[in-house]
Design a protein around this ligand. Structure first.
Ligand code: AKG
Ligand code: FE2
Length: 338
């Protein structure tokens, strides 16, 4: 890193940059401190989530902003509340960057027109406005403030990452994520029904990957985007991160996940790790977590970087297409019960 001509422009200790480099390689998770987001704001974000899920009239409120398919009232196929899933024992309230204002709408139309061959049938997906519960007016003020602050933190991490990975243009990630098409999820994990809790205990004491057909808080997956900033309440030990395993691991399920990760690590050709993790919430309380996904802008084309052996011949994916494929294939499968 000392060879980098731009090193002096990054106002971070050398040890922090080195730690970031090591962490994104393995295990792909790290604690971020000194980020400047006020503790009180983070607590407020969590407490609003908790109120949303646990207030007496919450079912009515949740249904009023339920996620709906494109063309159904306010539906854009992505935003709003969704009930606990078929496989995952959590509910979610999802927010995304909004496409609003004449200029942004016109740019989005032009962008879509140029991509009309891709994803036919999902016109209108993600084009709605964020939905807020009426009984929690504070959410409408607090969440956008939180998102704005996390976008600043995201930019700072992207800058540090450009230096940490010794890119020829250390601002490359900053540029790619400017105008981020971010996503904020407010996840609510009710306690598991007793029958499932027994199974959960079994999973934990046996193989960590033995959860076939079992109900878990959130099944094993690796995040599909760029940087996830996870805020959780103080429920202990629910998030499990897989740090073991490796190339010699014979488990075919793991092979599949590894393959999945490769797709998600395009910029670095798999050098950086999108680590598999899951949620096992065995407690009696209602767990809240608020992941914020800091992503590239819609139009950004992601391809392996030359610094990581990339060439013009490498496959590429436009972030928007990647996102639509994930939402279409993943969130849409979830059960709804109303
Ligand atoms: O709830 C958590 O702690 C993690 C959630 C998660 O992994 C995700 O939303 O991608
Ligand atoms: Fe995740």
């Amino acid at each position: 890193m000392s060879n980098s001509p731009n090193r002096g422009q990054l106002n971070l200790p050398r040890t922090t940059v080195a730690a970031l480099r090591a962490a994104v390689r393995h295990p792909g998770f790290f604690y971020l401190t000194g980020h400047g987001v006020p503790h009180a704001l983070m607590q407020h974000v969590l407490s609003l989530g908790w109120q949303f899920y646990t207030a007496d009239d919450s079912l009515l409120q949740k249904r009023a902003i339920a996620r709906r398919p494109v063309g159904d009232r306010y539906g854009d196929g992505a935003r709003g509340w969704q009930d606990v899933g078929l496989d995952d024992w959590h509910e979610a309230l999802d927010f995304y960057a909004e496409i609003c204002g004449a200029e942004a709408v016109a740019a989005h139309r032009a962008f879509k027109a140029s991509r009309s061959d891709v994803w036919p049938g999902v016109d209108g997906l993600l084009e709605g406005r964020n939905l807020y519960p009426q009984h929690l007016p504070a959410m409408r003020d607090v969440y956008p403030d939180y998102v704005a602050r996390l976008c600043s933190v995201g930019e700072a991490v992207m800058r540090a990452l450009g230096f940490a990975l010794e890119l020829g243009d250390p601002e490359f990630f900053v540029g790619a994520t400017r105008d981020s098409f971010w996503c904020l999820r407010v996840l609510g994990y009710p306690p598991l029904p007793p029958a499932f809790r027994k199974k959960e205990d079994k999973i934990e004491t046996q193989d960590d990957d033995d959860e076939d057909e079992e109900m878990v808080g959130c099944g094993a997956h690796s995040d599909y985007g760029c940087l996830t900033m996870l805020l959780t309440d103080d429920t202990p030990g629910a998030l499990k991160v897989r740090v073991a395993g490796g190339d010699d691991d014979p488990n075919p399920e793991k092979e599949q996940e590894k393959q999945q990760q490769q797709e998600e690590q395009w910029w670095t050709g798999g050098w950086a790790t999108s680590t598999v993790h899951k949620v096992l919430h065995l407690g009696d309380g209602y767990r809240i977590s608020v992941p914020f996904f800091y992503e590239p802008a819609k139009h950004v084309v992601v391809r392996r970087l030359p610094e990581f052996g990339g060439t013009e011949a490498d496959p590429e994916v436009r972030y928007w297409d990647h996102l639509v494929s994930k939402i279409d294939g993943s969130f849409f499968r979830k059960r709804t019960t109303w």
